[in-house]
Design a protein around this ligand. Structure first.
Ligand code: ADP
Ligand code: MG
Length: 463
C-alpha cells in the first residue's frame, strides 16, 4: 500500500544517508590521523584530547604479588584481585565481583557514587581467603580503571574533564578522581593505596601487551567507545615532562569525541545528540557505541510509525520513550534467523507493545538494525585505520613484516557478532592485502581490569 511505501521510502533515505563507502571511510581515517596530530601538538588543539596516560612502560611480565583493580566506566563496575607470579608463572589467580550501578547514583553526588563503590570493595576484601593476605605492614595496592576523560597529572592523580555515557555528577567535574575514591575508601574502612589511575583502553592495552607482545593498540566498543595506543614521546609536542627510558608514552585518545564533516550524520543522529546529556560532544561515540545504536533504531522506527501504518493507525506510545530499545535487544533482533522472524516479533511486542506485526514490518526492522550496526562498525574500522596510519603500521615496509594486534574489548564487540564481523571485514578491506595479513583484532576479555592490576604492580610504592 501507499502507507508502506512511505515506510520503505523513509528507510531508503536513511540508508542512503548512512552510506559509508570505502572511499568515504578512508577520508574519515585521514581526518582521524590529522586530529591525532593536532591533539598531540597542543592541549585543546583538537576534539581528540589525546590524553597523556603517564604509562611509559607497559607490563614486562615480571610483575609479582597480589594486586587489586576497580573498573568503573559504564553500566557495571567490577572489583578484582589478581595474583601475579612473575615471568615463570604469569597470572596465578584472578577473581572478580561485578555489580551494576544503580541509575540514580549516575546522576547524584560524587560522594554517594564513590561510597557505594568503596563499600563493594570493602565487602570483596572482607570475603577473601587468608592466603591472599599481604605481609604485615604492607598496604593493598589498587589500579583504578576509570573510563571517562581525565586530565592526568601523574600515574595516580588526575582531574575529571567531563562525564560521558549517561553519567552526570556535577560536583565531581574538575576534581581529582583518586582523591574522591581514596576519601570514600577511608570512610568505608578500606585500607588501600591507589597506585595507578588508568583509562579502560590503557588497561586493555597493558593487559593485552602482557599476553602478547604484538599488541600496540586497544579499542573498547561497549556502552561507549575509546582507543589507546603506544606513541613515541618525541611525537608528542605538548609533552614537556621528562623523556622516559622507553621513549614511549601510551596515549588515551578519547576518540569518542572525534568529529568530522566526513561522518555520515542523519537527522536522527542530530536529534539524538540535541536531546542527549552532552549535546555536541562524543559524536563518534553516538554513531558507533552500544549506548546509542538501539536508540537510533528507535528514532527511525518512530518516524516510520508517524508517517505510515506499518505499526498500526497510531504511533505506539512506547516507541516514543527515549532509550527504551536497548542495543542488546537490537542485536537479538538483528541476529534472528527464524523464517518468520519470531525474535523480532516478540521483542517488538515485549518492549514496544506492538503486537501482531506483519512479516514485512519485521523485515524492515531487521534491515534498519543492519543499516545502523553496519554504519557504526564501518566507522569504527575507519577509526582504527586512522590510528594505524598515525603509527605507520598501515603500509608494509621492507624486511620483517610487522605484526600488529589490536586488543579489543567491550560488550558491544563481544556480543554483537554481526557488528564485530563487519568491523573486522571492513578493516581488512581498507588495508592493502599484504598489510592486512599482519593486522589482527583480538578479544581480550576484561583486559582492562587485569591491566590495571598489572599497572598497579609496576607502579607499586614498594617496588
Ligand atoms: P561498559 O562499556 O559499560 O564498561 P561493557 O563493556 O560490558 O561495559 O559493555 C556493555 C555494553 O555493551 C552495553 O551497554 C550494551 O550497549 C553492549 N552490549 C551488551 N550486551 C550486548 C549484546 N548482546 N548485543 C549488543 N550489545 C551488547
Ligand atoms: Mg568497561
Amino acid at each position: 500500500s501507499g502507507q508502506c511505501a512511505r515506510a520503505d521510502a523513509i528507510l531508503k533515505e536513511f540508508k542512503d544517508k548512512c552510506g559509508a563507502q570505502n572511499s568515504k571511510l578512508k577520508q574519515v581515517a585521514d581526518a582521524m590521523t590529522v586530529e591525532m596530530h593536532a591533539g598531540l601538538a597542543s592541549e585543546g588543539g583538537s576534539k581528540l584530547k589525546m590524553l597523556i596516560s603517564y604509562v611509559d612502560n607497559l607490563p614486562s611480565g615480571a610483575e609479582e604479588g597480589v594486586y587489586y583493580a576497580l573498573d568503573l566506566g559504564g553500566t557495571n563496575f567490577r572489583v578484582l584481585r589478581v595474583q601475579l607470579g612473575g615471568t615463570e608463572r604469569g597470572i596465578i589467580n584472578r577473581e572478580f565481583r561485578e555489580v551494576s550501578i544503580p541509575p540514580n547514583l549516575m546522576v547524584g553526588t560524587s560522594q554517594e557514587l564513590f561510597d557505594y563503590i568503596a563499600a563493594e570493595l570493602a565487602k570483596f576484601v572482607a570475603q577473601e581467603e587468608d592466603r591472599f593476605h599481604l605481609p604485615f605492614g604492607r598496604k593493598r595496592e589498587l589500579g583504578f580503571t576509570f573510563s571517562f576523560p581525565v586530565m592526568q597529572t601523574s600515574i595516580n592523580t588526575g582531574t575529571l574533564a567531563r562525564w560521558t555515557k549517561g553519567f552526570s555528577i556535577d560536583d565531581a567535574v574538575g576534581k581529582d578522581v583518586v582523591g574522591a575514591l581514596s576519601s570514600a575508601m577511608e570512610r568505608q574502612g578500606v585500607d588501600m593505596h591507589v597506585s595507578a589511575l588508568v583509562n579502560d583502553t590503557v588497561g586493555t592495552l597493558a593487559g593485552g601487551k602482557y599476553a602478547n607482545k604484538d599488541v600496540a593498540v586497544a579499542v573498547i566498543m561497549g556502552t561507549g567507545t575509546n582507543a589507546a595506543y603506544v606513541e613515541r614521546s618525541q611525537a608528542i609536542p605538548k609533552w614537556h615532562g621528562p623523556q622516559s627510558e622507553s621513549g614511549e608514552m601510551v596515549i588515551n585518545m578519547e576518540w569518542g569525541n572525534f568529529r568530522s564533516s566526513h561522518l555520515p550524520l542523519t537527522e536522527y543522529d542530530i536529534g539524538l545528540d540535541a536531546e542527549s546529556l552532552n549535546p555536541g560532544e562524543q559524536m563518534f561515540e553516538k554513531l558507533t557505541s552500544g549506548m546509542y545504536l538501539g536508540e537510533i533504531v528507535r528514532r527511525v522506527l518512530c518516524r516510520i510509525a508517524e508517517e505510515s501504518t506499518l505499526f498500526g493507525d497510531t504511533v505506539p506510545p512506547k516507541l516514543k520513550t527515549p532509550f527504551i530499545l536497548r542495543t542488546p535487544d537490537m542485536s537479538a533482533m538483528h541476529h534472528d534467523t527464524s523464517y518468520d522472524l519470531k525474535v523480532v516479533g516478540s521483542k517488538l511486542k515485549d518492549i514496544l507493545e506492538i503486537s501482531n506485526t506483519s512479516l514485512k514490518a519485521r523485515k524492515l526492522v531487521v534491515e534498519l538494525c543492519s543499516i545502523v550496526a553496519t554504519r557504526g562498525a564501518r566507522l569504527a574500522a575507519a577509526g582504527i585505520l586512522g590510528i594505524l596510519k598515525k603509527m605507520g603500521r598501515d603500509i608494509s615496509r621492507d624486511g620483517e613484516p610487522q605484526r600488529t594486534i589490536i586488543a579489543m574489548d567491550g560488550g558491544l564487540y563481544e556480543h554483537y557478532t554481526v557488528y564485530r564481523v563487519c568491523l573486522e571485514t571492513t578493516l581488512r578491506e581498507l588495508l592493502d592485502a599484504e598489510v592486512s595479513k599482519n593486522v589482527v583484532c583480538e578479544h581480550f576479555n576484561d583486559g582492562s581490569g587485569t591491566g590495571a592490576a598489572l599497572l598497579a604492580a609496576s607502579h607499586s610504592s614498594y617496588a
